[in-house]
Unconditional design. Structure first.
Length: 651
């Protein structure tokens, strides 16, 4: 491959990998690095107050030390640069695996598709460093340089101490075995080198057990309780983005070039990425390499010159990528730390008030609390899931089941509630314990409730007596003390303005009949760079436009709501009604079903009956469509048959 091609790969992959640091788990690893060393590893989960003696093993020792070193020396924002370098080197190594020349436009187009597929998982966590180990592994298996088995051993040694995806190094050998004839020579020795490298770990064979646990071990059902996004299936919306385009391009070239020996390698990572979104990044690398490996045979001599079509396709993809690069608030591109993802304000509040104690926290906040509040405060749970399965199930149920919530309070008696806005039922349960816990703080990321008996001075001074966190989703019209709610909210917004606070305030204005004032506030929220609170703001704007009869605008706002949160039930219901009114029954049926699934309590008999009617209608429609198509095909067949019969008779 030409040096110019490699240079362009390096530039494109470096520039388009710029994503601000937004990982919660990162802070957990940084704290571990402050305490742990290779000679004195942490053996118990000392950060948590719920099960402090539960066994803990750090399988990402190298990542912890690596991230801690660069953040200490250059600052946390510099990790963005480190991430870009790792991604660039990974793509360069995969490109170096290709023996033959590749058309520059296809190369860069596929590179962009791969990078922007990869961006869904650029969080700066242990798996981000494993990209480089993955690329090194493929490079060594394909190119087989001198002492390649020893180099594979070393690569595996570092990989197994960085991330549990080290197992993919062994998988790659087995999947690439048919593709590379040289691998068939001395395969057992290569396999042994990879296995031995995987065992050079302070926990010996236990990393293998860690890999298999989510599939066959005691924790195989853990993700049914804790909805960790990376272990969920790929969001269907991704199929209509870079991920879907990469699948189409790479699959087409794989088939067109008849690269059947790479099919198992390709399909393994494709199916893995569909089943678990955490593997979508590895498919991005595999899709890139498979595509540029199989392209050369499609180009005939003399056809490698520039053409308007090639340039146009590349420019369209480039514009598409740049637009997403600049305007996607959920994946914040740029240098530094995406501070609006973190509960920094809530942590600073606890520090300022010198509050110490046991925290019942939202799952994602665990690592951040450990980094900045330990040992003064300890969370009930953190991102590493080093807890008994029964406790994890109880914790997950406590967010939607009052009995489970009361049981976990009784067993663990938290002093502080430090929770997000994604679980309104949980906030409601805590609010019902008003005599025991006082709401003293909230911002865009978190809300804090304090034990009145443990912190009487802070509770008396800072309590928001009338304001309820559930007002962010909608204003309760049965509230009797509206004026007091409004006064408290105005005070909060003066001292600590936030998107969620403005959404709450707009709800009050709407119920006062001040529609234009409420709409002006909501538009300021949606135009803010901070994505927090936008889903509620867009939904409320949609409701306003719906009340004005502006159906198209309302539909647009509800779609924006689902962009920020695809599981927002009221947006699904509102869209279902719009599509039902328009006669777009398939879309109406889909959104009604989503609403019922996400909000079973609010699904009235009328809605359920409407869904049943739509189901019957769509079945009949499909049957009619099939019958019509068959009838048309039959008529065409008869006409064409007669025509050819007459023609043959004339001859």
């Amino acid at each position: 491959m030409k040096r110019l091609h490699l240079f362009l790969i390096a530039i494109f992959s470096f520039v388009f990998s710029f994503i601000k640091v937004r990982s919660f788990d990162l802070f957990y690893y940084l704290k571990v690095a402050e305490i742990e060393s290779i000679l004195s590893p942490i053996k118990i989960n000392l950060f948590s107050y719920s099960f402090p003696d539960f066994p803990y093993k750090n399988y990402s020792f190298i990542f912890s030390e690596f991230a801690n070193f660069f953040s200490d020396v250059f600052g946390l924002p510099f990790l963005t640069i480190v991430q870009c370098i790792v991604v660039a080197l990974s793509f360069i190594l995969l490109a170096k695996c290709v023996y033959r020349k590749t058309n520059i436009f296809l190369l860069l187009s596929v590179l962009l598709l791969s990078i922007f597929t990869l961006r869904y998982r650029l969080l700066f966590r242990p798996h981000n460093l494993s990209y480089l180990f993955f690329a090194i592994n493929v490079f060594l298996l394909i190119k087989r340089p001198k002492f390649f088995r020893f180099l594979l051993f070393l690569n595996q040694l570092f990989w197994v101490n960085t991330n549990n995806s080290f197992i993919l190094g062994i998988v790659n050998l087995l999947l690439l075995y048919p593709y590379n004839r040289q691998l068939r020579i001395g395969l057992p020795k290569t396999f042994i080198a990879l296995v031995l490298g995987s065992l050079v770990n302070q926990h010996f064979y236990l990393p293998f057990m860690e890999v298999l646990n989510p599939f066959w071990g005691d924790t195989k059902n853990i993700f049914d309780y804790i909805k960790v996004s990376e272990w969920q299936p790929t969001d269907s919306r991704l199929y209509f983005s870079f991920y879907g385009m990469l699948i189409l391009v790479s699959a087409y070239l794989l088939i067109a070039e008849k690269k059947w020996l790479l099919v198992s390698f390709y399909l393994f990572y494709l199916l893995l990425s569909i089943r678990f979104v955490r593997f979508i990044d590895y498919f991005a690398f595999v899709g890139f390499w498979v595509t540029i490996t199989g392209y050369r045979g499609l180009v005939k001599p003399g056809e490698e010159k520039l053409s308007l079509f090639k340039v146009s396709v590349f420019v369209v993809i480039l514009i598409f990528c740049v637009k997403d690069y600049l305007y996607n608030p959920i994946i914040p591109y740029g240098y530094g730390e995406a501070s609006y993802f973190y509960p920094k304000g809530a942590v600073d509040y606890l520090k300022k008030k010198k509050i110490q104690g046991k925290i019942f926290n939202s799952y994602a906040f665990g690592g951040y609390i450990i980094k900045y509040l330990y040992p003064d405060c300890k969370p009930v749970i953190d991102g590493r899931l080093c807890y008994p399965i029964d406790f994890i199930k109880l914790y997950a149920n406590s967010h939607k089941n009052r009995d489970a919530f009361l049981k976990i309070i009784e067993n663990f008696t938290p002093d502080i509630f430090f929770i997000d806005f994604d679980h309104p039922e949980l906030a409601l349960y805590i609010t019902e314990l008003k005599k025991n816990y006082a709401l003293v703080y909230f911002d865009d990321n978190a809300m804090i409730f304090l034990d009145r008996n443990r912190y009487p001075e802070v509770a008396n001074k800072d309590e928001l007596e009338s304001l309820k966190p559930v007002y962010v989703s909608g204003y309760g019209q049965e509230e009797k003390n509206v004026e007091m709610v409004k006064i408290e909210l105005e005070k909060v917004l003066r001292e600590n303005p936030s998107n969620r606070g403005f959404v709450m305030y707009s709800n009050i204005l709407l119920n006062e009949g001040k529609k234009s004032d409420a709409e002006a506030i909501l538009k300021k929220v949606v135009n803010n760079d901070n994505p927090n609170g936008k889903q509620e703001a867009y939904n409320n704007l949609g409701v306003i436009k719906l009340s004005e009869g502006k159906i198209e605008q309302a539909e647009s706002f509800f779609k924006e709501t689902l962009f920020f949160n695809s599981d927002f039930p009221t947006a699904h219901f509102n869209l279902a009604q719009i599509y039902d009114h328009k006669g777009r029954y398939l879309y109406a049926f889909y959104h009604y079903k989503k609403f019922i699934k996400l909000s079973e309590i609010n699904a009235t008999n009328d809605i359920i009956e409407r869904v049943q009617w739509l189901k019957r209608y769509l079945i009949i429609f499909v049957i009619r469509l099939i019958v019509g198509v068959i009838a048309i095909c039959g008529i065409l067949y008869i006409i064409l048959r007669k025509k050819f019969k007459i023609t043959s008779q004339r001859r």
